[in-house]
Ligand binder design. Structure first.
Ligand SMILES: C[S@@+](CC[C@H](N)C(=O)[O-])C[C@H]1O[C@@H](n2cnc3c(N)ncnc32)[C@H](O)[C@@H]1O
Length: 418
């Protein structure tokens, strides 16, 4: 009896749905009949693995919820679809009921408030070009996607290029560069232009060069209007060791000794497990090359003088520090060397060079004047914001004495270091 009443419910829901107008995503109903026009199954197959068991998925600009339903069918634990179109969401809710799939649909303008929650998968398909400020949303999504950020992006392909009235040669040329094409959308409503068109190279620079959150980015052509799909795979590090200090503090020397087993007491005090698993100290440039998403142990070198030479205007704007948000466990080990030692080491490292670079001259000035102590204090104060990180200062010139970072910063401040 119960099953029969459920079946009747589904039939009624189907009839209601078939009387509605669906202009976009094609969705198949339990009886095999369908609503909507656009078959989006090729995109679903490209962006989702067959099994999403236990994952959380957020679909921004979900429309009638096609991708939410596909995520749920693949076993996703929690699926949230968000759209600004109340009528599309009303239909999406009816469809969810009819299909018997539990999806949370939220009526929301994604530009009105930033994303507060993190999800394993975040989808943003054919949405960026509608927005007033796609770059802000891109930053927020990058911060919030725990495993994969998926985009389907309007670009300068033949379909959009024709609407933009671009010469084919020009269009193909622009496509090779990191271009964000700004369209005169409002004035050209009859051509149904949108606001922005991004080339794959532009997206690559935005996600892989300007940030360090993703280990790799797959770009694939999309069957949808000659657009492209981008699958950004978030870096996931079990234990990150950030070896910090100013230039010539001895970061590489310390790491080689630590990972080579020459400093067992320090390794034990830092609870590094087998220090050899860190292998070697990685430079920022290496993070910009594609690599595996999941890593057991990573040791990253960080120069605390970067705000002076990397045009980042302070640590808070440094993309290298994105990596800290990608690790389950973070140890920040700052190497303290007294200013006179730093000056001597910099001179030794630069010995034999005909001319010192401007950058090294500026550093030597900071070391000789003792201003580098301000850099230490500022860095240690900044690193307090990494709640949950284990923060230490090691002093190689005091027999590798290890100090809790906060106590060391107070000591520096009392001694007049800023
Ligand atoms: C071109 S459709 C894409 C639908 C779906 N993502 C897909 O690719 O099949 C764009 C969707 O984004 C929604 N949208 C546009 N601007 C939005 C905003 N500011 N916040 C939330 N949704 C928005 C529209 O209502 C529409 O459903």
């Amino acid at each position: 009896m119960r099953a029969q009443s459920v079946d009747v419910g589904v039939e009624e829901l189907e009839e209601r749905l078939l009387r509605e107008e669906f202009r976009y995503q094609k969705i198949t109903l339990p009886s095999g009949r369908s609503v909507g026009v656009r078959d989006r199954s090729a995109t679903a197959a490209a962006i989702f693995p067959p099994d999403l068991t236990g994952k959380s998925v957020l679909d921004l600009g979900c429309n009638y919820g096609y991708f939410c339903f596909e995520a749920k069918r693949r076993g996703a634990a929690r699926v949230v679809g968000l759209d600004v179109d109340a009528d599309a969401l009303r239909k999406a809710r009816l469809l969810a009921q009819c299909l018997g799939l539990e999806v949370e649909f939220q009526l929301r303008d994604i530009e009105a408030e930033p994303l507060a929650e993190s999800f394993d998968y975040i989808l943003c398909l054919n949405l960026l070009h509608h927005l007033n400020d796609p770059l802000t949303l891109l930053r927020h999504m990058a911060d919030r996607a725990r495993e994969r950020l998926v985009l389907e992006v309007a670009t300068l392909g033949p379909h959009d290029g024709r609407k933009l009235r671009l010469f084919p040669l020009m269009r193909r040329l622009l496509l090779r560069y990191p271009v964000i094409y700004v369209a005169p959308a409002a004035a050209e409503a009859q051509r149904k232009l949108k606001n922005y068109y991004l080339t794959p190279k532009a997206l690559e620079n935005l996600l892989l060069m300007q940030r360090r959150l993703f280990a790799s980015l797959e770009i694939r052509p999309s069957e949808f209007k000659g657009r492209f799909l981008a699958l950004a795979h978030r870096r996931r590090i079990r234990h990150l060791l950030l070896v910090a200090g100013p230039t010539a503090a001895g970061k590489r020397t310390l790491a080689a000794a630590l990972f080579g087993g020459a400093l067992p007491e320090l390794a034990a005090a830092l609870e590094l497990g087998d220090p050899a698993r860190f292998g070697r100290l990685v430079r920022d440039a290496e993070l910009r090359r594609p690599g595996p998403a999941a890593v057991d142990a990573l040791a990253l070198r960080y120069d605390i003088l970067r705000p002076h030479f990397a045009s980042i205007h302070g640590y808070a704007r440094d993309p290298v520090l994105d990596v800290l948000a990608c690790a389950e466990r973070v140890t920040i080990l700052t190497i303290f060397a007294p200013p006179e030692r730093l000056a001597a080491q910099l001179r030794a490292a630069e010995a034999g060079k005909r001319r010192w670079s401007k950058r090294h001259r500026r550093m030597l000035e900071r070391y000789e004047s003792g201003k580098v102590l301000e850099d230490y204090r500022r860095w240690l104060a900044f690193s307090e914001r990494f709640a949950g990180a284990e923060r230490w200062v090691v002093a190689p010139y005091e027999g590798h004495a290890l100090h809790p970072a906060d106590a060391f910063r107070r000591r520096l401040a009392e001694a007049g270091g800023g």
